[in-house]
Design a protein around this ligand. Sequence first.
Ligand code: AMP
Length: 397
Amino acid sequence: MIGHNLSKIKTVRDFDLNGKKIFLRGDLNCPIENNVVKDDTRIEALLPTIKYIIENNGQIVLVSHHGRPHGEYIEDLSLKPVARRLEEILDIEVSLVDCRLDDKKIQEIYENNQKVTMLENIRFCPEEREGDRKYAKKMSKIADIYINDAFGTCHRKHLSTFFIVQYFEKKGIGLLVERELKTYADVLENPSHPLIVVMGGSKVSDKIRVIKNMMSFADTFLIGGGMAYTLMKVKGYDIGNSLFEKEVYNVAKETIEYIENDGVDFILPQDHLIVKDIDKPENKRYSRQIPEGWIGVDIGLKTIENYRKVILEAGTVIWNGPMGIFEKTEYAEGTKLIAKAIAETSAFTVVGGGDSGRAIRSFNLNQKVDFVSTGGGASLRLLEGYGLPCVEILEEK
Ligand code: AMP
């Protein structure tokens, strides 16, 4: 089950936008180098909502964060390059204004005739993270309708994603958040079986709740990445110096016992790419065992072959977390070949945000899967079976 009742959430399509100001919370936290946006993915993800509002004669006050400036102005975290890139793409003027606004400025923006007014990085204002209600109430006067289309931050209760919402009578989600929620609802509530969950990444602690939630309806879990080693240790395997989260050993043990009683297929890697020193990939080798002093950095060839077979026969595949330290080309083979299998299968395929999204893009396979989520933490929360607080607040009671 997805933790939301979608029929109780309005979308941008439910409002008359004509002549109205729309507070649009987006996630334009794009990588920037030398004042130039290096990757348009987040801008492109928000474009359908921006275009929809403009086509329906609405005017946008666009709000986003960028990085973690902790309430102070940092030139490198300015949204200027994003505003410029948006101007190029939309071919309209996008004016960028300070996020610290007094009543006069708020009134000016509310009354201007600009199609898109963009606020500077909202995290330059300390009120954003503090969730300052007074400032939220004041700022809400800037627009008539509130739309949240920042899926990547829907799990974080900040001023612009959460606290401001109560001051708007008309509020809803944008087209991106709608698509994210509908996709997760489809795969969690009505998946085509077999439903295969491919999980990796570094931390088992982040994924235990996902395993617990999905165990009752997933058919097979394929585990890789650093998280596999804590689970292998629980099962009594030697893991050498591979990643091990001592703090979650007991919870991991409980989870494994639970899984074994439940009978779901929970498959751990049977071989590995191992090294003695992560910075010396020239000494890497494949092995079934992990000898003392060695580190598992990727899944092995036999594991890749087995996982590939399962993925090719799936009805639905959900992938969250890389199979190894894919940022290093020497250790990227497992992640790449699993991404390839996910691209090739006829199953409905969903790639979680964060590192798996980055990985699939780095292999140029993102166009070959059905959906790449734009939120890492937010998608994990949905897979855990919880709702997102910034969406919950938009649900009609
Ligand atoms: P997460 O944020 O938990 O999805 O973890 C993603 C990170 O896990 C990536 O930066 C990978 O480099 C890292 N990772 C994957 N496999 C391993 C491994 N075997 N050992 C250490 N780190 C890993």
